[in-house]
Design a protein around this ligand. Sequence first.
Ligand SMILES: [Ca+2]
Length: 142
Amino acid sequence: MVRNVLSRMAMTGAAALVLAGAFSAPAQAQADPNAAEIASLLAGRGDCPAEYACLWVHRDWQGDRWQGRYNNGTLPSFINNKASSSYNNGRSCTVHFATGTWYSGQIMAEGLGSYRQDLSLDPKPGGGNWNDDFESMYWCSH
Ligand SMILES: [Ca+2]
């Protein structure tokens, strides 16, 4: 009888160890996919070279990338009214993205080193958002 109880306690202890392992393993496995996704996203943003401001056709810094080192009164057709994420990788000041050509319309200021992962989530004053809405850009002031 006593021997039987000890045997059951030992099995319970073993089961507890297995359960502890089962609980700890998924916790570690969950962190890795997130880290990989974050690294992938940051790698996309990292494609923007130093001293440039960049716009991507898609959110999460994905799709075709446009990059500008100087002021641009117009944007090429592949990015004109198609930008969905942005990054100011410049060296000295804020970049301004404008909804019209030659810096007209509404202006979105992107501070030095700052970025937008999804412009559709950034509200535009007066309604709507900035997604697919930029036609020109300038640095600092113009
Ligand atoms: Ca877009």
